[in-house]
Design a protein around this ligand. Structure first.
Ligand code: PGA
Length: 252
């Protein structure tokens, strides 16, 4: 069972053309200059997808979006369809990030629908789950994460088309992280929920990323955990040196 480490950058609503181009070019040059065993993914805002695609040409860095609509096309003002993303060269899209679950009231059902549509169009999904601080303090972390797996991950999910990202909401952008023991406990419980839903063989092969204040200084211990198969990185993905330093800490 080989789960290749995935180092994914979520740029969120950051970067105009010049800044984004410079960042992507810097990351591309550094990835080319070294031999990495891991896979790379960069998810800029929609407005920069076409520009960043050009900057990544000739590298092994995949391009991804941060959200997608479930419909193929039609009357959905302001939305972006799965085929629009593949048309731009996207291989992945993030779905169900907590910022979308909270800011846009996205439900497990909606996220599930988006994932089905994305997979149908040939896009891989990074499906995000994670508990609030209140849920953690009330001892509900495992239950919340397992429920999000059962609700958000579609029946057609495979180890190829789906990556899970566990992101405790209280750890995102705060500099706080759970203990490594807590991270491993949740990842292992998530894998058990995936086994229940999709079968053990799929669950054993599916990558589960950790996200939430990942930085060069904590990457090594997080990425070394047996059920952590990579990282989804927000803030630190906006600095080429930090993003690369995290990848350098991936287990060989
Ligand atoms: P962060 O964000 O690394 O800035 O905490 C992670 C994420 O929200 O994907």
């Amino acid at each position: 069972m080989v789960r290749k480490t995935l180092i994914a950058g979520n740029w969120k609503m950051n970067c105009l053309t010049q800044e984004g181009t410079q960042l992507a070019k810097e990351i591309a040059a550094k990835v080319k200059a070294e031999k990495f065993d891991c896979e790379f993914l960069i998810c800029p805002p929609f407005t920069l997808l076409a520009t960043i695609k050009k900057c990544l040409r000739g590298t092994k860095i995949a391009l991804g979006a941060q959200d997608v609509h479930f419909a193929e096309k039609g009357a959905h003002t302001g939305d972006i369809s799965p085929l629009m993303l593949t048309d731009l060269g996207c291989k992945y899209t993030i779905i169900g990030h907590s910022e979308r679950r909270v800011d846009h009231q996205e439900s497990n059902e909606l996220i599930n629908q988006k994932a089905v549509a994305a997979h149908k169009a040939g896009l891989n999904t990074v499906i995000c789950i994670g508990e609030t601080l209140e849920e953690r303090e009330n001892g509900r972390t495992i239950q919340v994460c397992q429920n999000e797996i059962f609700g958000s991950v579609p029946d057609d999910a495979t180890a190829k088309n789906t990556v899970i990202a566990y992101e405790p909401i209280w750890a995102i952008g705060t500099g706080k992280t759970p203990t490594v023991a807590d991270v491993q406990e949740v990842h292992s419980a998530v894998r058990k929920a995936l086994a229940k839903k999709l079968g053990k063989s799929t669950a054993d092969k599916m990558r589960i990323l950790y996200g939430g204040s990942v930085k060069p200084s904590n990457a090594k211990e997080l990425l070394a955990l047996p059920d952590v198969d990579g990282a989804l990185i927000g803030g630190a993905s906006l600095k080429a040196d930090d993003f690369i330093a995290i990848a350098q800490n991936a287990p060989k």
